[in-house]
Design a protein. Structure first.
Length: 367
């Protein structure tokens, strides 16, 4: 039977349901209100892009010349402030003649972090890599060894301080969080109550309060001259704060593992810690990878709060670099865009690594 048969009227060709045009028609231009909203948003984006291009590129100043930047003020960006103040922003008040040391120390600390990102390198010797990286960082930053000039911690700052606070706090907070999460599910009332009090107490106050108490209140309870360095106190405060939040994330993962898993482990003769390490925790942590990485990202950005206790990390170093120079002080927006790009690059890298872990876990569970 052909299409010319009078009993079957001709039908239109099928509408293409795949490809970019079909996606645009289905999602952005499916109705009159949807089309109007799409066109309005597109016009707004184009307007903002044109203004951003004119301010950030076409009328911008790219040389380190304060007079040219002042002449272009209000018309274009002054990217020359980054060229002029990059060393102060990235390295803070560290002595200029010794600034090769914090740069090298940052790479030494990031080396074990990058090595830990590859599951193929999760070997016992990785602990030695971490120990070597941490030792190299503190030797290079602090000096006093091997003929290196000693630099006090109050002169540490910029990106090395941000990286150090983030890496050490996260590395210490994760095992503490696992132990606290297990303790909160413990059958022993004393341990369970202690873990609950710790979690609720720390989560009930803002991070600024924790840093303030660790920096200014804690020394009041110590003998004169026996108080730890302010950097140590800040690291402890960040670690305890992050561990409290992460413990609840881990506890949520533990609740997704059925009781039968622990009973099965006990039936084959595994002890409590063996069952947790080999059976329970791997399953629990696999379900909360996005939440854990989200906590990592949050703590990385929260390190900017240590400025209130006179530790000048990335944002604090920016304020020092521009606040003391009236010629470049008006161009803080460009400088903040610069450090925002650094924060975004680090956070985006952590987010992409989280997705990579999730896909790897999904493939392993599908086998």
């Amino acid at each position: 039977m052909t299409s010319n048969d009078p009993h079957i009227p001709p039908r239109p060709a099928p509408v293409r349901s795949a490809g970019v045009p079909a996606w645009l028609r289905r999602n952005l231009f499916s109705s009159l209100p949807n089309t109007l909203a799409t066109l309005a948003l597109l016009a707004l984006v184009l307007w903002l892009a044109a203004r951003g291009l004119r301010w950030g590129v076409l009328q911008a100043v790219f040389v380190s010349d304060a007079d040219k930047c002042q002449a272009a003020r209000g018309l274009g960006a002054c990217w020359g402030v980054i060229q002029e103040k990059a060393r102060f922003i990235l390295l803070g008040r560290y002595p200029q003649i010794e600034q090769w040391r914090p740069m090298l120390a940052t790479f030494a600390l990031l080396a074990p972090v990058l090595a830990s990102c590859s599951p193929r390198l999760w070997k016992p010797w990785l602990v030695l890599v971490w120990a070597a990286g941490l030792a190299a960082f503190f030797v290079l930053m602090g000096g006093g060894v091997g003929g290196l000039r000693q630099v006090p911690t109050d002169q540490w700052g910029g990106l090395p301080l941000t990286v150090m606070l983030s890496v050490i706090s996260l590395a210490l907070a994760f095992p503490i969080a696992v132990l606290v999460a297990l303790g909160r599910r413990s059958d022993m009332p004393a341990i369970r109550s202690l873990c609950i009090v710790y979690i609720e107490l720390v989560r009930g106050v803002p991070l600024i309060s924790v840093l303030f108490m660790a920096s200014f209140m804690f020394p009041l309870f110590m003998p004169v001259g026996k108080s730890p360095d302010v950097l140590v106190r800040v690291v402890v405060g960040l670690t305890l704060f992050a561990a409290a939040y992460m413990a609840e994330i881990v506890r949520g993962g533990l609740q997704t593992v059925g009781r039968g898993q622990a009973e099965a482990a006990a039936s084959i003769g595994l002890g409590y810690w063996q069952a947790q390490r080999k059976i329970i925790l791997p399953q629990a942590l696999a379900t909360v990878v996005p939440s854990i990485v989200n906590n990592f990202i949050s703590l990385f950005k929260d390190t900017s709060l240590v400025t209130i206790v006179s530790l000048y990390e990335l944002t604090g170093s920016l304020s020092l670099a521009l606040g003391s120079d009236p010629n470049w002080r008006p161009f803080k927006i460009e400088a903040y865009i610069f450090i925002a790009a650094i924060y975004f690059a680090c956070c985006y890298a952590m987010s992409r690594y989280s997705l990579r872990i999730e896909k790897r876990l999904a493939r392993s569970q599908a086998r």
